[in-house]
Design a binder for this molecule. Structure first.
Ligand SMILES: [Zn+2]
Length: 238
């Protein structure tokens, strides 16, 4: 067997590993992004709850303000009521009565407002309660997904480590110059540095090879690269 054929056989073993290594490494790169996306999704759900809680607080504040106003007006009515017995003239009496009537009218509107706000507060409380429940379930789901992703990450890291060691092993007998050329193409071409010639075509990039290139591959004197994709060409003995 010519030397270059032996080298190519060794490279082919490395190539099988490098193909898997590339896929695993790419998958590994995605996991931190997926974890981050998961985190952000949960964060946005938490913000949704915060918004609902904010709405509830605003309504409760409005309720308190109206109740305070009602209390003040009621106290005023009480005060005016007690003045009724002390007034001297009919004119003063009817003016006071009018003032009381106007305050009472205000208060009945206020009471209506307060009832309406109370209904809104109750509805908002219900929404907050439901959202909290939903968030609790979501957090549980996210916890499970996060654990799964981290487990997957760990497995991929281990498998990448194993594949790296195995490729080192299978490349250990390869000529250092060929090896570094091979490594460079692996890096550049998504883990695939070898291409099987089928007919007159580069199996990887499907370009028709020049006759001279094809000839060089067949002669097997040196490592020959596809002029289009730079992958190293080999012919499977039929
Ligand atoms: Zn090619």
């Amino acid at each position: 067997m010519e030397k270059i054929k032996i080298e190519i056989e060794q490279l082919k073993k490395a190539q099988d590993l490098d193909r898997d290594l590339y896929v695993s490494a790419e998958r590994l790169k995605e996991i931190p992004l997926e974890l981050e996306a998961l985190k952000q999704k949960l964060e946005s759900e938490k913000n949704q709850l915060k918004e609902l809680e904010g709405t509830l607080r605003t309504l409760q504040l409005k309720q308190k303000e109206k109740e305070l106003e009602l209390g003040q007006k009621e106290a005023q009515i009480k005060k005016l009521d007690s003045q009724l017995s002390q007034v001297k003239t009919n004119k003063e009496y009817s003016a006071l009565q009018q003032e009381i009537a106007s305050l009472k009218a205000d208060n009945s509107l206020l009471e209506e407002d307060i009832l309406k706000i109370l209904e809104e507060v109750e509805a908002a409380q219900e929404e907050v309660r439901k959202e909290k429940e939903r968030l609790k379930l979501r957090e549980k789901d996210y916890g499970i997904l996060e654990a799964e992703l981290k487990e997957k990450e760990k497995r991929l890291q281990e498998s990448c480590e194993t594949l790296k060691n195995q490729r080192q092993e299978s490349l250990s007998q390869v000529d250092p110059e060929i090896r570094s050329a091979y490594d460079a193409v692996v890096q550049k071409r998504q883990g695939i540095a070898l291409s099987k010639v089928t007919g007159e075509i580069c199996g990887a990039c499907k370009m028709k090879l020049r006759a001279q290139v094809l000839n060089e591959v067949m002669m097997g004197q040196s490592l020959v690269a596809c002029e289009n994709c730079s992958r190293f060409l080999y012919i499977e003995p039929s």
